[in-house]
Every structure is written in C-alpha cells, then in structure tokens.
Design a protein. Structure first.
Length: 139
C-alpha cells in the first residue's frame, strides 16, 4: 500500500462534467491521496484556457490597460463550474484578491498560478478534503 499523487491537466478539468470524471478516478483508488489540478482548459476549439486569460490580464495590467472584462470571463468560468457542481463554495474573495494582485503588479507566474489555485479549491470542495496551497509547503 502506498500514496499516489495524481495530476489532472486543463482538459481534464475544463468543465463540471470533467470534474465529475476526475472525482470518479480519484475515488476509485484510496491510494490516490494528493491531487494536483491544472487550471480549466479549453471546452471546445473556439474556447480559451483560463491560464491564457490570466496571462492576458497580466499583460494588460503591465500596459496599464483595464482587464476587468477579461477577468470577468475567468470569474464566470469558475462560478459556472461551482454552480453546475452544486458546491457550497464562494471564491469571490480569492478571485478579487487575484484580480487586485495582478492589477497591482504581481508577476506573470503568480497570475498564471491562480488558475491552479482556484481549481484546487473547487476540487477540494468536490472531494470533501482540505485544499493545500503549494506555495505554503513547497520550498
């Protein structure tokens, strides 16, 4: 018996249906104990990955161009997944902080990492487990 770490890429967590599939995979093996989620990927060929939208927000902020409309697409994406999964989870504060941090000069790496961070909260809520921010434990 051991412990398994599972990484789910963006396509695997692109929408609520994909989250359910990932949940079933995780719960099928009790050794799957640590889950590393990517940001939501494309839902279709004409969709955009959340990571790409976060980079766009960062680039806009660097140029002192408003990016609220782009960030609202990110916000809507996460809130849609939460609603479809019927989770008791409110990411408003985390989304607001990410927006403000990007606006206030956070790095591109930080901006991109928010996709995984926010998806981690959703996955943890879905699985009924604790969300651990890798930034706090990986040094």
């Amino acid at each position: 018996m051991g412990i398994k770490v599972c990484k789910f890429g963006g396509s695997s967590l692109a929408n609520s249906g994909q989250f359910i599939k990932a949940q079933q995979i995780i719960q099928a093996d009790p050794e799957r104990r640590y889950i590393v989620p990517s940001a939501p990927g494309k839902r279709s060929d004409d969709d955009q990955k959340v990571t790409d939208l976060l980079y766009l927000c960062h680039a806009s902020a660097q140029q002192k161009v408003a990016f609220t409309e782009t960030f609202d697409r990110i916000r809507d994406r996460y809130n849609g997944i939460i609603a479809e999964l019927k989770l008791d989870l409110d990411l408003t504060a985390a989304l607001d902080k990410a927006h403000d941090d990007i606006r206030d000069g956070a790095s591109a790496d930080y901006a991109a990492s928010r996709g995984e961070f926010l998806n981690g909260h959703i996955m943890a809520a879905l699985l009924g487990c604790e969300m651990v921010d890798a930034a706090e434990i990986v040094h």
